[in-house]
Design a protein around this ligand. Structure first.
Ligand code: RP5
Length: 160
């Protein structure tokens, strides 16, 4: 089946975080694939994935933690837009991941999200926004999703 979005991650241990991106895509009816692609442990897999991406994907969501080179290396290999998710680490709370993904050299952008689950969910929404530019039906679904979130926020706080 053809998919528009590739969700890739450096390790199985990233999946609980990256699943948040997948849940958003599920809610919006966007087809995607998931794959473990490690910049350090499976560099050949990264290379092949990046080489073939432009022919079959519209957006890549890439999550990694620590020395998080996956999003940047993927951006260096393909012109497909890469959205980076810094996975929260135990040692440095994900600041290491954030800096590893954020500071790309001129010419190879990665759209870097917040650290952790919120960043992964936002990566799904960012991918949806990109796809909605050329998909009016998805644009309607995304607008409805945003309106529902907005409507769920109470006017005033209450004692819990
Ligand atoms: C990175 O190292 C992965 O993206 C992961 O966040 C981190 C730790 O990986 P594991 O040791 O849990 O496999 O490459």
């Amino acid at each position: 089946m053809a998919v528009d979005v590739g969700i890739i991650m450096g390790s199985q241990s990233d999946w609980p975080t990256m699943k948040e991106a997948a849940l958003i895509l599920d809610q919006l009816g966007i087809p995607y694939e998931t794959k473990i692609v490690s910049a350090h442990r499976t560099p050949d897999r990264l290379w092949t994935y990046g080489k073939e991406a432009a022919g079959r994907l519209k957006v890549i969501i890439a999550g990694a933690g620590g020395a998080a080179h996956l999003p940047g290396m993927m951006a260096s290999k393909t012109r497909v837009p890469v959205i980076g998710v810094p996975v929260q680490t135990k040692a440095l709370s994900g600041v290491d991941s954030l800096y590893s993904i954020l500071q790309m050299p001129k010419g190879y952008p990665v759209a870097t999200m917040a650290i952790g689950a919120a960043g992964a969910a936002n990566a799904g929404l960012m991918a949806a926004g990109i796809l909605a530019i050329s998909d009016p039906a998805l644009a309607v679904r995304l607008d409805a999703w945003r309106a529902a979130l907005s409507a769920s926020i109470p006017d005033a706080p209450k004692d819990e």
